[in-house]
Design a binder for this molecule. Structure first.
Ligand code: BJW
Ligand code: ZN
Length: 247
């Protein structure tokens, strides 16, 4: 049986589905993947070093400038057929749980009900001192790529406002991680889409599902460490393969 036919049958027969996504699903919308994120004027920096509490402590204006540039980028793009296919899976199988590592809001804008965000959001900044949530004005003007931008100060404690994302070395939001692990251990099919599967503990989620007996289907144009976990590997872009899976 062709892999795509086998995957569509597994998905069609499933009663409990988890869709686990990474940066690749947003690539065709024009959001660079994490490991390709530093393009253009940002290319002299290293994403893995910038996404750390240490970088924000040492150079808050550099880190805030990067996130403001990304917040603006995301707010100017639209969900693609991959995001819409995920929402279509949810419509067919209402108990579907969407778990994303992405900090964009493209699943929500495609119609996904309540995606679990394991790594936070570009749109939920908070004070680095007292933790208070901070509302920012819409990202209407694009900061120059590569430009430093001073983060705003908290009105309560004057601490620096930081992006509401999970950096390396920080704990994932407990409720989100628990919900993700619970859904993964109870599903029939887990569809993992557009993730390098290199960042933990998120990369455990497909492994939890496989250990619990679920069929793992992977969609990615390239080989990843998840190849050996997946029952079916669909090599190709999310925007092309996912709509084929739900037709
Ligand atoms: C397409 C496509 C198309 C392209 N269609 N596909 C165990 C072992 C080793 C290390 C660790 C471990 N456990 C923990 C660690 C340390 C660390 C870690 O994992 N390091 C690794 C690098 C080795 N983990 C942490 O530090 C985590 N915290 C932690 O463990 O805390 C412990 C603790 C407990 C209690 C108290 C205190 C501490 C936190 C990890 C946070 C990760 N955050 C980031 C940044 C978020 C903000 C931001 O975006 O700036 O999250 S890192 C980055 O990686 C981002 C992503 O969500 C995440 C995953 O990346 P993703 O989505 O897979 O993207 P890419 O770019 O890697 O891959 C894209 C894929 O798409 C590729 O495969 C392409 O082929 C594919 N693709 N086009 C389909 N059209
Ligand atoms: Zn504060």
């Amino acid at each position: 049986m062709a892999d795509i036919v086998q995957a569509a049958k597994l998905l069609g027969d499933a009663r409990r589905v988890v869709v686990f996504t990474g940066a690749g699903i947003s690539a065709e919308s024009g959001v660079p993947t994490f490991r390709d994120a530093l393009t253009g004027l940002w290319e002299r920096f290293d994403a893995q070093s910038l996404a750390t509490p240490q970088a924000f402590q040492d150079q808050p204006d550099l880190v805030w400038g990067w996130y403001e540039w990304r917040r603006h980028r995301v707010s100017t793009v639209s969900p693609n057929p991959g995001h819409r296919a995920v929402a279509a899976i949810e419509s067919r199988v209402p108990s579907t749980v969407v778990i994303t590592q992405n900090v964009d809001d493209l699943h929500e804008r495609a119609g996904s009900r309540d995606p679990v965000h394991l790594h936070g959001s570009l749109f939920a900044p908070r004070c680095s001192g007292c933790g208070e949530a901070v509302a920012l004005p819409p990202a209407t003007a694009e900061p120059d790529a590569g430009r430093r931008v001073q983060p705003p100060a908290c009105v309560r404690c004057h601490g620096l406002v930081r992006p509401g994302v999970v950096w390396f070395g920080e704990a994932l939001p407990e409720a989100a991680l628990e919900a993700a692990a619970r859904a993964a251990s109870a599903c029939d099919v887990l569809l993992t889409v557009g993730t390098s599967g290199m960042v933990y503990p998120a990369a455990e989620i497909p492994r939890i599902a496989a250990r619990a007996g679920a069929a793992v289907i992977q969609v990615n144009p390239h080989a990843t460490p998840m190849d050996s976990v997946a029952l079916v590997n669909l090599r190709g872009s999310a925007g092309r393969i996912l709509p084929e899976l739900v037709t």
